[in-house]
Write a protein that binds this ligand. Structure first.
Ligand code: NAD
Length: 290
């Protein structure tokens, strides 16, 4: 059985470190970091993620402001709210919870966010900083994966890392971070990749961020590989009070025994994404106000 990469435990460690820093600020009569959160529509998963982020803010002593809008909000109205947050000196960083309703362009929204306040690390400026000597606010989920690997002392240097999924918020920045910070050799796969298994079987470190439960089966993974499952999908489950359970993209049950390290879902990468958001908010605060 591979060693479990316990995201919850590591996220708690990071939370304690951030809470300690907030305590120092309070003791020095400084104001504390303040996160803005824009939440649009009624989608259950988005509400759950935002609740998790608010809970984390409370736990470390950050201030937060939640701006909630109906799914019918126009793009121009949303852009105005973003401009307001960009200019509000009390807000150190903010996020726009994805996904957005179809009539709103994610690209437009991201483009308008002031990169100094972009604590999700989505803007081109922050994305590009992955390959600079001075990384700025790094994309939260890949940043979380790197923290998890680092804190468990998983060697990445010189390893072959295969990333499945090439999205702007996870797979693509993950590949750059694995090259730049991880010093790994990287293969990136996506929906047009032919013979996915041929690639995944070569992975020393396999990172999967697709959103298709069961996509990665045991025969697609070599023995002793490190498995990072970023995928989160809600599947109906009548045995659960909430009516669903969360599944990752890898067949955990059959892959765990042959892996060296593996993340569970839930409790793996998810908590680290929130922890990265806290670290980025603290960084945004320190860069702007101290
Ligand atoms: P996305 O839909 O934007 O991107 C999916 C990627 O998977 C694309 O690059 C696509 O080409 C690729 N893909 C689709 N089908 C494929 C296939 N059959 N084989 C190989 N590649 C395929 O999704 P996203 O926003 O990157 O999210 C991916 C998953 O990660 C989702 O389940 C999402 O919920 C989860 N996620 C988790 C966290 C976290 O904190 N753990 C954060 C963000 C996203």
């Amino acid at each position: 059985m591979g060693k479990l990469l316990d995201g919850k435990k590591m996220a708690n460690e990071i939370q304690s470190e951030v809470a300690h820093r907030v305590e120092e600020l309070r003791n020095n009569n400084k104001r504390v970091p303040h996160l803005g959160i824009i939440l649009i529509g009624e989608e259950g998963a988005s509400h759950t993620y935002v609740n998790g982020k608010i809970k984390a803010c409370k736990a470390v002593g950050f201030e937060y402001t939640l701006l909630q809008f109906a799914a019918t909000i126009t793009e121009s109205k949303l852009l105005k709210h973003i401009e307001r947050l960009n200019q509000d000196d009390d807000i150190d960083g903010f996020i726009v919870q994805l996904p957005l309703p179809e009539h709103i362009s994610v690209e437009q929204i991201i483009t308008l966010i002031d990169s100094k306040k972009d604590v999700d690390g989505f803007t081109n400026h922050n994305f590009g900083s992955i390959i600079s000597d001075q990384p700025l606010l790094l994309p939260a989920t890949p940043f979380g994966v790197m923290e998890l690997l680092k804190r468990y002392q998983v060697t990445t240097k010189g390893k072959h890392c295969v990333i499945v999924g090439a999205s702007r918020i996870v797979g693509a920045p993950m590949s750059l971070m694995m090259v730049e910070q991880g010093q790994a050799t990287v293969t990136i796969c996506h929906k047009f990749t032919q013979d996915l298994a041929e690639h995944t079987r070569k992975a020393d470190i396999l990172i999967v961020a697709v959103g298709k439960p069961g996509l990665i089966t045991a025969d697609m993974v070599k023995s002793d590989a490190v498995i990072i499952d970023v995928g989160i999908t809600r599947v109906p489950d009548t045995t659960k009070k909430i009516g669903f359970r969360l599944l990752g993209d890898v067949d955990f049950e059959n892959i765990a025994p042959k892996s060296s390290f593996i993340t569970p879902v839930p409790g793996g990468v998810g908590p680290l994404t929130i922890a990265s958001l806290l670290l980025n908010t603290l960084k945004a605060y320190e860069q702007q106000h101290t």
